[in-house]
Design a protein around this ligand. Structure first.
Ligand code: ADP
Ligand code: NI
Length: 213
């Protein structure tokens, strides 16, 4: 099968996988990440096919969408194999997806250019105006408050604390979103992150000004 057709089939597969998500991992997140990843790749290089498939598939192994990470990875490998993607490319994509998630910051660093690009694109979609919207959508979906002055932001969390501990949408900016800018991998990604970061800083200033504190 030619590459264009594989990409089209991958889009159908991923759209179906994400259809019941309301926690910020919906199909529009995947489309934005894929678009940003392609534009970073345009500036920074990398194999465009690997970048696009990895961006489209990047949240399939996320356990928040149902199955475990291992089952999700297996599903991706199986789908790509069935559609005639070379083993070498499947291995590259598998490596990217298994290294990708932030998980409270405790993962090994990404070590391929394509992986760095997709990771930057995912991080860019977590900051700026869209990142703000997603943090509140996620909090609403999980029953977390918008803000609670008695709950301080946490540092150095274990994965369990990050995922299941008690927090607020506003704390999430301090626990994760404001840190993302400094972890960007690519030059072009850094440039895009800077602008989105400044927008969040301004947003938080306004938020606290309206709290009267
Ligand atoms: P990762 O798995 O890469 O750490 P997530 O999948 O948890 O990231 O994040 C998906 C989206 O949901 C992001 O935009 C993120 O900011 C938001 N999010 C994740 N955890 C929280 C949280 N505890 N409070 C508010 N938003 C969150
Ligand atoms: Ni994502």
């Amino acid at each position: 099968m030619d590459k264009e057709n594989i990409i089209k089939k991958t889009k159908d597969f991923v759209q179906e996988h994400h259809q019941h998500d309301y926690s910020g991992h919906d199909w529009s997140h995947i489309m934005r990440v894929t678009y940003i990843a392609k534009s970073i790749s345009y500036h920074e290089g990398g194999n465009p096919f690997v970048v696009e498939i990895a961006a489209l598939m990047h949240d399939v192994p996320d356990e928040k969408l149902g199955s475990s990470e291992a089952e999700g990875l297996e599903k991706v490998d199986h789908f790509l194999k069935k559609n005639g993607v070379e083993d070498r490319i499947i291995r590259d994509i598998h490596h990217i997806l298994s290294t990708m998630s932030f998980k409270g910051g405790n993962r090994e660093p990404m070590n391929t250019l394509e992986g760095e690009i997709v990771q930057d694109a995912d991080r860019l979609d977590a900051i700026g105006a869209i990142g703000i919207a997603r943090a509140f959508a996620y909090s609403g979906a999980k029953g977390q408050p918008i803000y609670d002055p008695n709950l301080s932001p946490r540092d150095h969390m274990t994965y369990e604390e990050y995922r299941y501990g008690k927090s607020t949408a506003i704390n999430h900016f301090y626990e994760k979103l404001l840190k993302l800018k400094d972890g960007m991998n690519t030059k072009y990604g850094k440039k895009l992150a800077e602008e989105r970061h400044q927008f969040m800083v301004k947003y938080l200033e306004q938020f606290f000004a309206e709290q009267g504190m």
